[in-house]
Write a protein that binds this ligand. Structure first.
Ligand code: ZN
Ligand code: ZN
Length: 776
């Protein structure tokens, strides 16, 4: 008889809500082990008893055959005294007030569940809240850890006998699936008009009644008629309409006051998307991943998708359904063709407010936009927007990190101080650190109003609770007027560390690439507060975590009129023209016909006298200036619009670079006045705008490489980190990488964290950590 041993195995990582305990249970049965498995606040704990060899195989399989969604970070094993118990059990959660569990992000519907709700004979046919251990809501409904139904918003529903039996049966796919539900016991949907009055739904289902499906079929009918429907989803509401219906899309755009900002789309399957976008293999992988992000895709010309979906943009953001509710909007019979090629699925909010999550709020805030409301009674605990990614060089790059990605942690390799990094103002995220992990919040949005600040605070309280973090250090942006900065100053008892915006960008890129050394950092974006009180945004740094030097930047030019200068690119154009040509401004520019003489005269006077002006080295404003000089756009209605349109205008394959000058002052200045002069001359010579736009991009790429080469000559550094919103520009990024590769630089880009200001908080956290540890 083999000797019996008992081992205690503690596993940390994403191991709750991903089918890990059933997996352990089955494994224990296979190896005839007794003992137990339970969730703990920091993962799962197993005690297993049996023959030595069986225990060894069991331990091996634990880490090598774990369920697809599990992510094991750490396994600690020790031997304990055998208890001679006779069976293996799944115990109720073990509560221990130490360390943090890693909570799973929400997971898109799995194929097995899809079969359940599209199979007419299944009891979950047409049921919009079908889920199992391998899929379904997590972060959006978990109120506390350990992850049990009683600590989710599903606690309001009591499982029926059938669901309970599934939940209790270790052989069932829904064994311990906390949000398990069915039409008999779980949440349901209903349909109301803007006044909150129930709308009639035809009972189309034969035989047994299926009120959920009737509602969804009615919504399908309304959408086909061109109606706008507010639909409560997983992390918030969407406003939906048929993307091929010009009238509906235009109406939604007008009602939502969304100006020209692109709408996201949802399609039933990849083949539907392929009808209006080009889908390559890597993009298909992202579309189909269990995170189900919005993927930015090149759009095919001449499709029936309304041009009002994304005006003046040759890309579209598209996602696949990620809940049964979304899948059912396209049809309930897998044999039928989808009811729509694509639906607009834009966040249910007004202009810049956070996405709406409650039924009452939806009716109050979206009442003037939606014709009907598909509501449900599963409470959304954590609001999240859809995530946005794009594929570059075969890799998925996150541009907006939210549903499906949050709260997965970023492992920084070594323990950090407990820090709260408050993030920037636009595209805010914040970052908590715990042990060796960075916990980034979901996309909070632009911290410019009270509602968004409340969302920031709610999310912070939630993540502190879920991860059991109590920060001792608080990091903030240097901009005194940012709400995130003001928040940092309102907190008492914490050590405060101010972090420069572009330093944070570069540190963020370093951190996610595992770099902890001196690098050349190129941070190009719209706005960041500089240590000299000016607005930076075209920056070349030599940086490490605890320290940076600003070694070069785009030559300053004055911006007149504060925020108006951002809304009106013609103001940047005027300033750049004045810098290049003095008072003798060139004739024949489109700008002179588009902006009133009175306004240009006023701004010129402001620039001349330095009234209400600020100096900037912003690359974003340089894009604005060139877009306006070329006549592409003089006023914008969403951030980065002029830059996007300038990128779209650039014609690939155009040769040529404009002159620029590098002045070796301290810090060095990149003088782009020669470029502005050349652009104006070519425009006057009637060169095509698309060619000029391309040469402008070429020039920036070459300029970046040249400045990096000069820096390498002096600093002997070969690693370059590229960060900042400007590098979302693919035309520029491709050319910059080519130019840097020609000089054999090692270049690092963002991947899991956005290059835009959504990635700032990670950089703030690692910088604050380095400063605290070095006592700087
Ligand atoms: Zn499932
Ligand atoms: Zn049930």
């Amino acid at each position: 008889m083999a000797i019996c041993k008992r081992k205690r195995i503690e596993i940390r990582g994403v191991v709750q809500g991903v089918g890990f305990r059933p997996f352990v249970y089955h494994l224990a049965l296979r190896y005839r082990l007794s003992g137990f498995v339970c969730n703990t606040p920091d993962g799962v704990m197993i005690e297993a008893e049996g023959a030595d060899s069986a225990l060894a195989e069991f331990s091996h399989c634990l880490t090598h055959d774990s369920p697809p969604l599990a992510e094991i970070l750490d396994v600690v094993t020790c031997e304990v005294n055998p208890l001679q118990d006779t069976e293996f059990k799944i115990l109720a959660s073990l509560e221990r007030p130490f360390e943090s569990v890693l909570v799973s992000p929400d997971v898109a519907t799995c194929d097995d569940c899809r079969r359940d709700f599209t199979h007419p004979a299944d009891r979950r046919f047409g049921y919009p809240f079908t889920n199992c251990t391998n899929c379904g809501p997590r972060y959006s409904l978990i109120e506390d850890v350990p992850y049990d139904r009683a600590r989710t918003t599903m606690r309001e529903f009591r499982m029926c006998a059938e669901c309970q039996a599934e939940y209790n049966n270790p052989g069932n796919r829904r064994f311990h699936a906390q949000p398990n539900a069915c039409p008999a016991c779980g949440p349901g949907v209903w349909l109301v008009d803007a006044a909150g009055v129930n709308l009639p739904t035809e009972t189309a289902s034969e035989g047994a009644t299926n009120p959920n499906l009737d509602v969804i079929r009615e919504v399908r009918r309304l959408l086909r008629q061109g109606k706008v429907v507010a639909i409560k989803g997983l992390g918030g509401f969407h406003l939906a309409c048929d993307a091929e219906n010009d009238g509906a899309v235009a109406r939604l755009r007008a009602l939502k006051r969304r100006s020209d900002k692109p709408f996201a789309l949802m399609s039933a399957d990849v083949s539907s998307i392929a009808r209006f976008c080009i889908v390559r293999e890597a993009e298909q992988k992202s579309l189909l991943s269990s995170r189900r992000p919005i993927v930015i895709l090149p759009r095919r010309p001449g499709t029936r998708i309304s041009s009002a979906v994304a005006p003046a943009n040759n890309t579209l953001g598209v996602m696949l359904p990620y809940t049964p509710l979304h899948a059912l909007l396209f049809g309930d019979n897998p044999e039928d063709p989808p009811a729509f090629t694509a639906l607009v699925m834009t966040s249910g909010n007004m202009s810049e407010e956070p996405i709406v999550t409650s039924n009452e709020d939806a009716l109050r805030r979206l009442g003037s936009v939606a014709d009907a409301f598909l509501l449900h009674n599963r409470r959304i605990h954590m609001r999240e927007d859809d995530s946005v990614v794009r594929v570059f060089q075969g890799k998925e790059r996150v541009l907006r990190r939210s549903r499906g990605y949050v709260p997965a942690v970023i492992d920084l390799g070594a323990p950090l101080a407990e820090i709260l990094a408050c993030g920037p103002e636009l595209k805010n995220t914040f970052c908590l650190t715990h042990d060796r992990h960075a916990i980034l919040s979901q996309h909070i949005g632009d911290l410019e109003n009270y509602e968004t600040l409340v969302f920031f605070e709610e999310t912070l309280a939630n993540l502190k609770r879920l991860f059991r973090v109590e920060p001792k250090v608080i990091a903030y942006d240097l901009h005194p007027r940012y709400l995130s900065t003001q928040y940092a100053f309102e907190q008492s008892g914490l050590r405060r560390v101010g972090v420069q915006h572009h330093h944070a960008h570069i540190a963020s890129c370093m951190a996610e690439n595992g770099l902890n050394e001196k690098v050349i950092g190129v941070a190009f974006d719209g706005t960041g507060y500089g240590t000299d009180g000016q607005i930076w945004g075209g920056e070349f740094l030599v940086a490490e975590f605890e320290h940076f030097e600003r070694r070069a930047h785009l030559r300053y030019f004055p911006l007149a009129g504060g925020d108006a200068a951002i809304r009106q690119p013609w103001r940047s154009a005027l300033s750049c023209l004045r810098e290049a040509f003095g008072s003798d401004l060139p004739d024949g520019l489109p700008l002179w016909n588009s902006v009133s003489k009175r306004e240009t005269a006023l701004v010129l006077k402001m620039l001349e006298k330095g009234i209400n002006t600020v100096a900037t080295s912003s690359c974003g404003r340089l894009f604005d200036a060139v877009a306006s000089i070329l006549g592409l756009r003089h006023e914008i209605n969403f951030e980065g619009q002029a830059a996007v349109e300038l990128e779209m205008a650039a014609v690939a394959g155009t040769e040529g670079v404009y002159p620029f000058q590098l002045e070796f002052t301290e810090p060095w200045q990149v003088d782009v006045r020669p470029m502005i002069e050349s652009i104006v001359r070519e425009l006057q010579e009637r060169e095509a705008v698309g060619a000029i736009a391309a040469r402008f991009h070429n020039t920036l790429a070459v300029m970046i490489a040249e400045v990096c080469r000069e820096l390498r000559r002096r600093e002997m550094l070969n690693k370059v980190c590229l960060s900042g919103g400007t590098f979302q520009n693919m035309f520029l990024l491709e050319r910059t990488l080519t130019a840097l590769a020609d000089y054999n630089f090692e270049v690092y880009l963002h991947e899991r964290v956005p290059p835009n200001d959504g990635g700032i908080s990670l950089g703030q956290a690692v910088i604050a950590n380095a400063k605290v540890k070095k006592g700087v």
